[in-house]
Design a protein around this ligand. Structure first.
Ligand code: PBG
Length: 326
């Protein structure tokens, strides 16, 4: 077709590039993960996540206000549980006065317009560091699901807007939907980690929460990273069981999965740019090998292009700041 077809005509200026741009990124796309610890006056940097912190509840207040002022309207919260409160059944997870429950109440009080997505999984509460009850080296499914459902109810009672199960047990979405309905929490939604892979990119997160598995790995419940059709099967089941939002995790190495899940389901889809992805960019930028902000923004647009409706990222505040300046 050359020379009549010259694609460079549409790349000639900023104006024409923006005119034909297929995707846009706004602060409305962002969700921010938060790590919460017991104690007072704590703002502790996570060594493998430079610039990212664990907050005690008193310090969390300021962080929430700052995020909201930047336009961030959704947080995904995790708590670090002291060792002495961990056991095989994650009993502390059901404590109505537990750190998670107090954190949910606090965030909704400080800024009711921020949506709280509470993490539901046993690993931060488990003496074995697994997402389920352990018996003879096996991760029990149905026993775990019973606990997860009770945990979800307790988060809903504390005021969570969305329950975010990150465990990958079979049938947990249905069990959570049922317990929420039975208790009148029709308005509380579920964001299911539908396609969560057994990934090595979660290392820094496990440092942050001290939640690394005590033995073995998570391959009997998290997905095999060789598969993508399986992600569609997981997504379909989650929809049938009552999920409102589907999540794909990790992010950048799994853009194909994200695109497939979005195309196939047409559901709201979230992507989780995980701790290892954050750490990689921070490390390369620190060495002067990559332009931090440009690579960060490029990764955001890659998620949008692949079909993400929601981007859960440790870069949320930094991205929001750049969007605000633009
Ligand atoms: C555990 C959980 C993990 C992450 C979120 N929830 C780690 C794991 O499965 O071991 C990882 C998030 C990240 O790396 O940023 N339920």
């Amino acid at each position: 077709m050359y020379p009549y077809q010259r694609n460079r005509r549409l790349r000639n200026s900023h104006a024409i590039r923006s005119l034909i741009r297929e995707n846009t990124l706004t602060v409305d796309d962002l969700m921010m993960p938060l790590f919460i610890v017991e104690g007072e006056n704590q703002k502790l940097e996570i060594s493998s996540m430079p610039g990212y912190y664990r907050y005690s509840l008193d310090m969390l207040e300021e962080e929430i206000k700052e995020a909201y002022a930047l336009g961030i309207k959704a947080v995904n919260i995790y708590t670090k549980v002291p060792d002495e409160l961990k056991d095989n059944h994650g009993t502390e997870a059901l404590n109505p006065e537990g750190l998670m429950q107090r954190a949910i109440r606090l965030i909704k009080k400080v800024q009711p317009e921020i949506l709280v997505f509470s993490d539901v999984a046993l690993d931060p509460f488990s003496s074995n560091g697994h997402d389920g009850v352990v018996e003879n080296g096996e991760i029990l499914n149905d026993e775990t699901v019973d606990i997860l459902a009770k945990m979800a109810l307790s988060h809903a009672e504390a005021g969570a807007d969305f329950i975010a199960p990150s465990d990958m047990m079979d049938g947990r979405i249905l069990a959570i939907r049922e317990i929420l309905e039975e208790n009148g929490f029709h308005h509380v939604g579920i964001m299911s980690y539908s396609a969560k892979y057994a990934s090595s990119f979660y290392g820094p997160f496990r440092d942050a929460l001290d939640s690394a598995p005590g033995f073995g790995d998570k391959k009997t419940y998290q997905m095999d990273f060789a598969n993508s059709d399986e992600a569609l099967a997981e997504a379909e089941l989650d929809i049938l069981e009552g999920a409102d939002i589907l999540m794909v995790k990790p992010g950048m190495p799994y853009l194909d999965v994200l695109a497939k899940v979005k195309d196939h389901t047409k559901m709201p889809v979230a992507v989780y740019q995980v701790s290892g992805e954050y750490a990689m960019l921070k490390a390369a930028a620190e060495k002067g090998w990559l332009d931090h902000d440009k690579c960060m923004m490029e990764s955001m647009m890659a998620f949008k292009r692949a079909g993400a409706d929601i981007i859960n990222t440790y870069f949320a505040k930094e991205v929001a700041r750049i969007l605000k300046q633009a």
